[in-house]
Design a protein around this ligand. Structure first.
Ligand SMILES: NC(=O)c1ccc[n+]([C@@H]2O[C@H](COP(=O)([O-])OP(=O)(O)OC[C@H]3O[C@@H](n4cnc5c(N)ncnc54)[C@H](OP(=O)(O)O)[C@@H]3O)[C@@H](O)[C@H]2O)c1
Length: 246
């Protein structure tokens, strides 16, 4: 009998993390939905469960190293291997137009804790469980705004944005995508960055052009790549799974 595939999605109580969890569960994955506050995702979880989806909440604060370690230990008591890790949880604390010269250090640190250090620690701690999978997939959720090419391109929508803590934390996350992909290359573990594009969530606001379903599509595709799929690359829902320049 083949083993049911397993997935861990961070920040899964709402927004894109919830939608990525829903789509993976719809494909038959047993999905562990990371939430820093279990009560905040209880209703969404119950709704997925009522649709016969194999979903479970797991307490996971991405800004807290101890919480990350605890969550991985707990996960290992439930599953023999982790097939998919989606580092989705993220914060954008500096808005859209804060010049870097005005950025307080505390805000930069707080952003990096959740958007970069947390995903790095989770990937490092989960590596033994990922290695027990035959074909693990890791997806780091980046943004079109973390493409240095976009940031420097006057033709890009991103050119007019100044969100220095958010953007630099996601650029750093992209670097980690490439480095982990290289380390894991020979072990069949693929690590890619996915930008959801600009989506209608609390972070993206109602003005965004893409639905959460469209935004989640690239991440779910990368989470379920076949053995000949890419690794160490960056793709965006803005381009309908197309490659994005770093
Ligand atoms: N929406 C867009 O247009 C867009 C575009 C590009 C990239 N993204 C990226 O997509 C990801 C999801 O964004 P979203 O649009 O769904 O945003 P959102 O609606 O604001 O949701 C953010 C999620 O991250 C969680 N989170 C924040 N800090 C956390 C922490 N310390 N530990 C655990 N969870 C934490 C939130 O949990 P709480 O409910 O507890 O706060 C929430 O579940 C983020 O990485 C974001 O940068 C979004």
């Amino acid at each position: 009998m083949t083993r049911q595939k397993t997935a861990l999605v961070t920040g899964a109580n709402r927004g894109l993390g919830l939608e990525i969890s829903r789509q993976l569960a719809g494909k038959g994955y047993q999905v562990f939905m990371g939430m820093r506050n279990l009560a905040s995702g209880a209703e969404a979880l119950a709704k997925l469960k009522s649709g016969q989806m194999d979903v479970h909440a797991i307490e996971l604060d991405m800004a807290d190293s101890a919480s990350i370690k605890r969550a991985v230990v707990e996960l290992a008591t439930h599953i023999p291997a982790l097939d998919v890790l989606v580092n989705n949880a993220g914060v954008m604390l500096d808005g859209w137009s804060l010049p870097p010269s005005q950025l307080p250090t505390a805000l930069l640190r707080e952003t990096f804790e959740t958007n970069f250090i947390g995903p790095f620690e989770l990937l490092r701690e989960a590596a033994p469980l990922l290695r027990k999978s035959q074909d693990a997939r890791v997806v780091n959720i980046a943004t079109d705004m973390s493409s240095l090419a976009n940031i420097n391109n006057p033709q890009s929508l991103v050119y007019g944005v100044f969100s220095p803590a958010y953007q630099s934390s996601k650029v750093a996350l992209n670097a980690m995508t490439v480095l982990f992909a290289k380390e894991f290359m020979e072990e069949g573990i693929k690590v890619n960055s996915a930008s959801p594009g600009w989506c209608r969530t609390d972070m993206g606001t109602e003005d965004a052009p893409l639905s959460v379903e469209e935004g989640a599509d690239t991440a779910v595709w990368l989470a379920t790549l076949p053995p000949d799929g890419p690794t160490g690359q960056f793709f965006s829902s803005t381009r309908k799974r197309g490659a994005m320049e770093w």
